[in-house]
Write a protein that binds this ligand. Structure first.
Ligand code: C5P
Length: 216
């Protein structure tokens, strides 16, 4: 099987040198790539700018903005059986990117932001019957309810809920929900161990149980 991962943060430029981003390291994407490769799958990673090194056996497509991530992921997804959205794409972008570096004037400035497209939702709502999508959810309140709502809104087959402590950290704690709202996996530990468990759960629930698997 060929599996697509979106990973890392994206950047939305304000002017030629400044951008909005977040602290996502790409580490969970890297660990999931290793876990899927270990299970014998092909892996394509569409990643925003990260300092970590992805496994050399994976195909890496580098992008900068959320719009670029969506365009690259949509193209790669055509040739993949499933995708896991581990990335933390910026949800907003400046309406205007200043052509030149914005100079200090002593006054306040305002930057108007608009929403960027949602990569997981776009792929989830346009996927073929033989394709599956898994989203991540990072919630600080009403976590279970919000994660399941997100699964349905983005038409995911599973959603992985993790806490804020997961960002830019080597450890994480997760719960995986199915569309019925059932917790199918709950664990804490290193991202590498958690990625193995998530990959195995995806293998069991989304890959092995598919009738189309003989073609894949
Ligand atoms: O809505 P929220 O950002 O909390 O959902 C997180 C999930 O959605 C993650 O799987 C993330 O990769 C994905 N996402 C996305 N594109 C965005 C925002 C989030 O694919 N613009």
């Amino acid at each position: 099987m060929r599996i697509l991962l979106t990973s890392g943060p994206t950047r939305q430029y304000i002017d030629p040198v400044r951008y909005i981003s977040n602290a996502s390291s790409g580490r969970m994407g890297c660990c999931l790539a290793e876990a899927f490769l270990e299970l014998g799958h092909e892996v394509v990673i569409v990643s925003g700018p990260v300092a970590i090194e992805y496994p050399s056996a994976a195909k890496i497509v580098q992008v900068v903005s959320t719009e670029e991530m969506l365009a690259a992921a949509a193209e790669e997804f055509l040739n993949c059986h499933g995708m896991v959205g581990v990335a933390a794409p910026c949800d907003y972008r400046p309406v205007v990117i200043a052509e030149n570096k914005i100079k200090k004037s002593g006054d306040r400035i305002q930057i108007e932001l608009v929403e960027t497209p949602d990569v997981v939702a776009s792929l989830g709502t346009s996927k073929r019957d033989d394709q599956w999508t898994v989203g991540f959810a990072l919630e600080t309140e009403d976590a279970h309810f919000r994660a399941i709502t997100k699964l349905h809104r983005k038409n995911c087959d599973l959603v992985v809920l993790n806490g804020v402590s997961a960002i830019d950290s080597a450890v994480t704690s997760i719960e995986v929900f199915d569309p019925a709202g059932k917790i199918v996996l709950s664990s804490a530990g290193t991202k590498s161990k958690i990625a193995e468990l998530i990959a195995k759960q995806i293998q069991t629930l989304l890959i092995d149980q598919r009738p189309e698997k003989e073609d894949q």
